[in-house]
Design a protein around this ligand. Structure first.
Ligand code: NDP
Length: 337
């Protein structure tokens, strides 16, 4: 089969492309400009014409994906801004929402061979910040971030701007499916991963040009920019980028995934856990909070992944494995001792 991957030059998407190619699929990869495809051609050179590159300069324009969706069996839509530097919430929301709706519109109009669309959402569309521990599941939606953006505009919390973009984009996808119910020959799967960490396969010129989640890991663990207290109290859940790539492939292969919103996660962390794992792996990084005890720390936000576990039966990589491979990659780039 042939699979369209949008935003194929991104941190996550390159691993999605790799998983698909390894499984024997042909991949049609979209990037914003031709030069962003050069690195992809290089790293996947051995796959020859099993990798096609297509330029979609502006994913928000009507018909943007009309040509790209022709002749593909499924879509993996990953393109969406992930950073905390936007002034206006709309800088995040417009590409996230319109990018998602445009691709669905193009599939409905021209994707006659498409059987499934997989949208890369996030736990950003699920959780709400709270001060006591809470477990979230697929029924939860991050309304708080939308409210913050509505009430405060450019003064909304930077995290709210990103979270609102993911919440509104995912909601728009489900609304599109509802509105077109009975008229579509394909179904939707939404994956909601937490923080994604792992070795880099996409093009990165240096540690200051990292994607958001890798940047945070590099800053906290390698550069040691956080206080010991912040290292031992700040955390979330995470997934290895290679597992996320494989799950994008599984999401298109598992019949039961159709129509589902699926939380996926490899587990909980505090920055100090990554510091400790790095030191255990032999990396020369600052010790941080030496009094930290992972067994007694409190995790405020927990995700119930039982639904996706039943469907995927997936074994996630461990923190030690992910840490070892991130460090090996960073070492090969001369970023860590
Ligand atoms: P990257 O920044 O590495 O990749 C983002 C991709 O989206 C790039 O291909 C980028 O293209 C494209 N993109 C961004 N803004 C636009 C825009 N305005 N118009 C067109 N394309 C755009 O991020 P990740 O790989 O980390 O993120 C990929 C997906 O995974 C996103 O949907 C993100 O929300 C989701 N996700 C990521 C998590 C993480 O921790 N990394 C956690 C949970 C979900 P270009 O290079 O041209 O800017």
């Amino acid at each position: 089969g042939k699979i369209l991957v949008s935003g194929a030059n991104g941190f996550v998407a390159v691993w999605v492309v790799k998983s698909l190619l390894e499984r024997g699929y042909t991949v049609r990869a979209t990037v914003r400009s031709e030069n962003k495809g050069t690195h992809l051609r290089k790293i996947f050179a051995s796959y020859g014409d099993k990798l096609e590159l297509v330029t979609v300069p502006d994913i928000t324009t009507a018909g943007a994906f009309d040509e790209a969706v022709k002749g593909v069996d499924a879509i993996e839509h990953t393109a969406s801004p992930f950073h905390f530097k936007a002034d206006e919430p709309e800088e995040m929301i417009t590409p996230a929402v319109h990018g998602t709706v445009r691709i669905l519109e193009s599939v409905a109009a021209h994707g006659t061979s498409v059987k499934r669309v997989i949208v890369t959402s996030s736990v950003a569309a699920v959780f709400t910040a709270q001060s006591t521990p809470r477990t979230f599941s697929e029924v939860d939606w991050n309304e708080g971030s939308i409210n913050d953006c509505k009430a405060n505009g450019r003064n909304a919390h930077p995290v709210s701007k990103y979270c609102a973009s993911k919440t509104l984009a995912e909601r728009a996808a489900w609304e599109f499916m509802e509105k077109n119910k009975g008229k579509l020959a394909w179904d939707l799967v939404v994956l909601n991963p937490p923080y994604v960490f792992g070795p880099l396969l996409h093009e990165v010129s240096g540690p200051d040009a990292l994607n958001e989640s890798s940047q945070e890991w590099y800053d906290a663990v390698v550069k040691s920019t956080l206080s010991p207290k912040d290292l031992s109290t700040t955390g979330a859940e995470w997934i290895d980028v290679r597992d996320l790539g494989d799950l994008h492939a599984l999401a298109l292969e598992k019949e039961e995934a159709g129509g589902q919103r699926l939380l996926i996660s490899g587990g909980l962390w505090k920055w100090q856990d990554w510091v400790n794992a790095s030191r255990k792996a032999g990396a020369d990084v600052a010790p941080g909070d030496t009094t930290y005890d992972p067994k007694t720390t409190t995790h405020l936000t927990v995700y119930d992944v039982s639904k996706s576990s039943k469907i995927f039966g997936f074994k996630y990589r461990t923190m030690d494995e992910t840490t070892r491979d991130i460090l090996a990659d960073f070492k090969s780039r001369g970023w860590v001792k």
